[in-house]
Design a protein around this ligand. Sequence first.
Ligand code: 5AD
Ligand code: FES
Length: 349
Amino acid sequence: MKVRDILEKACHENILTKDEIKLLLMAEGEDKDLLFKTADRVRKEHVGDEVFLRGLIEFSSYCKNDCFYCGLRRSNNQAQRYRMQEDEIVEVAKRAYQMGYRTVVLQSGEDMYYNKDMLCSIIKKIKSSVDVAITLSIGERSYDEYKAFKDAGADRFLMRFETSNRQLYEKYHPGMSFENRIECLKWIKSLGYELGTGFLIGLPGQTIDDLVQDILLVKELDADMIGIGPFIPHPQTPLKDAKEGSVDLTLKSIAILRLLIPDANIPATTALGTLDPLGRQKGLMCGANIVMPNVNDLKYKLKYELYPGKICINEDATKCRGCIESIIVSLGRKVGQGKGQSRHYKRAA
Ligand code: 5AD
Ligand code: FES
């Protein structure tokens, strides 16, 4: 089958076979250009030219887990740890609102210091102070906690499954189970959150066939938001000598998922911008429609080191906002107004 025919099928049926996805992941030259162009067109048709910005608040760099790739892993005793207190988190959310953000993403390591009541209180305080959507990105919790956060006012939840290959998952996430992660994602969806999930590109040992399965798993979970980023080796982790993930495969995965879930929200991730100075622009031109700038103080930004070389680490939040806005305009797009709920979610509701 030719790439042109596969793309045609994807546009009409929003589904592809493993072999077809694999062919698209391996596309080069004109075929690759056609994949990107098609994804860009589908993006425009289904979610328009608006690029929505999300204010990212990384509120704790403590983590109970020991993921092989992540700089926040608990065994990294050189990592700088901080916890923001309740009122400080609420203040940053308010500041984000004043800067124009209508979604804040509360992200942290898996830090049980923040128990159910504390997180509910933070969510309620933000919701009663400013009119923003709240996205949580805090990892695995119990059903009861997810329900309580939703009832408190959280709207969306981001949690990547990282890799659909069970062996790789268990190798790189000691003490964690793939089943449990998938179960959490299903709970989150069933509770009525907008669900965001996705995976890492280029974990050592990951094959093209694994990436095909990763793409199909995002489709199967029926994600409203899709986060895909290249793996970047962190010097204080067991994967320090591994090769970084491919920007090209990341862009192709974004493009393919735009075709399979045309109305999803898809960010051009910070990791993409870190490996390629034009990475976010390229992402926005092959299917992405979201950017998630950090709105925290510099003193915290520097300490939340998932991977080295993160962009914008020395820029204050106002500068980043301006910079991102000019990138969006330079691509002939516009900054989204309002909360930018996933259009995929509306349809499912
Ligand atoms: N390189 C790229 N992405 C990483 N993440 C964690 N560590 C790294 C790394 N070294 C990603 C994970 C996680 C998200 C918050 O950050 O995919 O889900
Ligand atoms: Fe932060 Fe460009 S987006 S400096």
